[in-house]
Write a protein that binds this ligand. Structure first.
Ligand SMILES: [Zn+2]
Length: 518
């Protein structure tokens, strides 16, 4: 009996000694037992992650340490990843609205940071909106960009002409002002008015200001199809801007839009690879859908006809001398998009047109589709889902190491609610176009590097604690073209700046995001 007691005493002493030798970490949250992808590695790790305040303070195994945490998350069977970063959204529409600033359509996809101000269209001035977002409180982090179209309009209105030297100087000063207010770079929408009225020289002059401030150039290309210069020359223009202005070029929602340019992905990939070899930092983002979304006007109306705005468009349209030419070009644009049955109205205030394609509307009104465009636009703003991409181009672009995930989320297209889970479910799990590590790395650390967001996008000690946990069996998009407003499934936890935003699949109602600083 005495011997047993002595042995027990010895055993306890050893245990106490080992425990007391272990380093003790005090944390707010510890995540254990998950399959961890850290945003960089090609393989998963089995690691615990400790979070204190807004930072990751430990990642690794617990053999030699003791973590005391008030909140313990058991992630057994789940995937732990850095929060997704979405480089192209139109979420600024929500963030400015206190009722919608939770940003749930994005948040429930696992997105913890969104870029805003894309396509050349930013809210002006940046300083005002940074303040507004922070005082509203926002559900995800936000990264502002300054829009070229916005700046051009400030200086030149909607006029369809080249900028004078003096106007370029004024625009440069405004870009500088917006960069000072927190913009991470310059965005352009060279397909849209008024960006489309600018030449390459003007864009370079403004991109140089972004370059001086260590910013990025993010572009909606001048042409993703065969509208004006053509897709490949539009890619070359973007590369030229990077070459001359000396800054990283990020091509948004890369695609081959319309039958005229299908299968050009191989050639485009080659020219991007060549530019990268030359030392120009070219990257792209992509959403995993075969339909794009845009305004009905942008998709079908000739740019010259809308110069000056909507009133000017209808003055020209009602002028018999111009009407025939406008209709002829509109018809061509509809064919370019794959025909009137490939243009589905997804957002409009007129219920009789909502959910119908242009062919159905034309039949309903008993007029040709190109005329129906103007009947619809006369009293409405309309957005369309435009079915215009092929599967080969989509997967070719997706496989590139320089392509990251970006939703281009805006109202009416399912991509706003579904991009990241859809890419995982359809392209990683079902079709195996890319593997899970490539998906995660291309939705986290690579995107952070592109936008130059510091200390996010990786699960790493000292980094901000933007962490998501999803169920690999159920992580999936639900939104589609008939109901684009369904939240994605399978996100179990989202932690933003160290605080729980989603717990057990449910939004916690806490607005943990902030506008990030460059
Ligand atoms: Zn765009």
């Amino acid at each position: 009996m005495k011997l047993i007691n002595q042995r027990l005493f010895l055993l306890f002493s050893i245990i106490i000694l080992t425990v007391s030798c272990k380093k003790v970490i005090d944390a707010d949250i510890v995540i254990r037992n998950g399959t961890v992808y850290n945003g960089v590695s090609d393989v998963s790790l089995n690691a615990s992650i400790a979070i204190k305040k807004d930072k990751i303070i430990f990642i690794g195994n617990e053999d030699d340490i003791v973590i005391n945490a008030s909140k313990i998350i058991d992630a057994r069977g789940l995937i732990v990843s850095p929060g997704f970063i979405d480089p192209h959204t139109h979420a600024d529409r929500e963030l400015k609205d206190p009722g919608k600033s939770h940003n749930k359509p994005f948040l429930m996809q696992g997105i913890t940071t969104v870029a805003v101000g894309n396509d050349g269209d930013s809210f002006y001035p940046t300083e005002k909106y940074v303040k507004l977002y922070n005082s509203n409180r926002i559900g995800t982090n936000a990264v502002p960009l300054v829009g070229h179209g916005t700046i051009r309009e400030q200086v030149m209105g909607k006029s369809d002409r080249k900028a004078t030297a003096d106007e370029i100087l004024k625009m440069q000063a405004l870009v500088q002002q917006e960069m000072d207010a927190g913009a991470f770079g310059l965005s352009t929408g060279l397909f849209y008015s008024p960006g489309s009225y600018s030449n390459t020289k003007e864009v370079i002059a403004l991109a140089q200001i972004a370059a001086k401030n260590d910013g990025v150039y993010d572009t909606h290309l001048r042409d993703e199809s065969s509208y004006t210069v053509g897709l490949i020359p539009a890619i070359e223009e973007a590369i030229e801007i990077g070459r001359v202005a000396k800054l990283p070029i990020h091509i948004s929602h890369i695609k081959c839009l319309g039958v005229d340019v299908w299968n050009q992905s191989t050639e485009i990939i080659e020219s991007i690879e060549n530019a990268r070899k030359e030392g120009i930092d070219v990257t792209a983002n992509q959403y995993p859908y075969a339909a794009s979304a845009t305004g009905l006007k942008a998709a079908t109306v000739p740019r010259w006809a809308e110069s000056g705005g909507k009133d000017s468009l209808f003055i020209r349209y009602n002028n018999p001398k111009l009407k025939a030419q406008i209709l002829k070009e509109t018809k061509k644009n509809i064919i370019r998009r794959g025909g009137p049955d490939k243009l589905l109205i997804v957002k409009i205030d007129a219920p009789e047109f909502l959910g119908k394609n242009l062919l159905e509307i034309a039949a309903m009104l008993n007029i040709p589709p190109e005329q129906a465009v103007y009947e619809v636009l006369k009293d409405n703003y309309a957005r369309v889902a435009s079915f215009n991409m092929n599967a080969t181009d989509i997967s070719n672009f997706m496989k590139q190491s320089w392509t990251v995930t970006g939703s281009d989320g805006n109202t009416g297209h399912p991509r706003k609610y579904g991009t990241f889970p859809r890419k995982y479910h359809k392209y990683v799990k079902q079709e195996k176009v890319i593997d899970i590590a490539s998906f995660i790395n291309g939705s986290t650390s690579k995107t952070a590097e592109i936008l130059k967001i510091s200390n996010r996008g990786k699960l790493k000690e000292g980094y901000y604690a933007d962490v998501i946990i999803f169920n690999p069996e159920t992580f999936k998009d639900k939104a589609d073209y008939t109901d684009a407003f369904q939240f994605s499934e399978g996100l179990v936890y989202s932690i933003i700046n160290g605080k729980l935003s989603v717990e057990n699949g449910v939004f916690t109602n806490l607005l943990n995001g902030k506008v990030l600083k460059k």
